[in-house]
Design a protein around this ligand. Structure first.
Ligand code: AMP
Length: 250
């Protein structure tokens, strides 16, 4: 069984970003693999360790620095990587339907049995690509996975839904998007980081597989309003008074 794992390079979640009207200022900003994509890679590696899959291929779509995220996936245990290159901004111009279209082309070319993805990219927060990919391939999907079991070609997935957990199962091939509680990704060891440098990495220019449609235009980006400082109140009565008279909550 072959698994394709889609990994996106995003601004590190610990960074306080500078917001400009035309988008986040990426100049000199620390970038990392999207955390949900790292969870997807870890899950693929665990499935391979259980001998449920034979090969893990990591893929990213983005500028040349995206190769860093692929090397990270290779250091965690992916066998091969595919870099679909474009100089377009991946947090703006490379949109979910574009990514889904390109991933669908790779699935058709290489015959994967499963696609593992993050549930969401933390830069654009779309939470759409996995669902669109499943639609394009006409494959079953399980989103927000917090547990994945594969037996005899059947995937059983526990999904995190509002107020509970839902268990679904389907016959592979399929698409699964990974949620936070699925696993805790391992650290890449130094020998594995070194080994990753010699694993195969195929580069394909984006226009060989598809094109960017720019179907959504970003008209404005703004930072959230600055929160006013808090205050310590003497007792519950003063708190209730303030909530009533100042915050006008009731
Ligand atoms: P989104 O729909 O943008 O929230 O992204 C959901 C998931 O789609 C991500 O966690 C990745 O697994 C995948 N994805 C989105 N954009 C890219 C990209 N440029 N390259 C590779 N995978 C991507």
């Amino acid at each position: 069984m072959k698994v394709l794992v889609a990994v996106k390079r995003v601004v590190d979640s610990g960074i306080k970003v500078r917001v400009k009207p035309d988008g986040i200022d990426l100049q000199g900003v620390k970038m990392t693999i999207n955390p949900f994509c790292e969870i997807a890679v870890e899950e693929a590696v665990r499935l391979k360790e259980k001998k449920l899959i034979a090969e893990i291929v990591a893929v990213t779509i983005g500028p040349k620095q995206g190769a860093e995220s692929l090397r990270h996936a290779l250091a965690l245990g992916a066998d091969k990587a595919i870099h679909v290159t474009t100089e377009a901004r991946i947090d703006q111009a490379v949109q979910p339907l574009d990514v889904a279209n390109i991933l669908a082309k790779l699935v058709e070319r290489d015959n994967y049995n499963l696609v593992l993805m993050g549930k969401q990219s933390i830069d654009d927060d779309f939470n759409q690509t996995g669902q669109m990919l499943a639609g394009l391939l006409d494959w079953p999907q399980a989103t927000f996975a917090s547990n994945i079991q594969i037996t005899d070609g059947i995937a059983q997935v526990i999904r995190e839904i509002d107020g509970g957990l839902q268990t679904v199962k389907f016959k592979l091939p399929g698409v699964i998007t990974c949620d936070l509680r699925l696993n805790q990704p391992r650290f890449a060891s130094v020998p594995n980081i070194m080994k990753a440098k010699s694993k195969p990495l195929e580069t394909i220019p984006l226009d060989k597989l598809g094109k960017l449609h720019n179907s959504i235009q970003i008209t404005k980006t703004e930072a959230p309003a600055i929160r006013k400082g808090g205050a310590i109140v003497e007792n519950v009565d003063v708190l209730i008074q303030k909530l009533r008279n100042e915050a006008k909550l009731f």
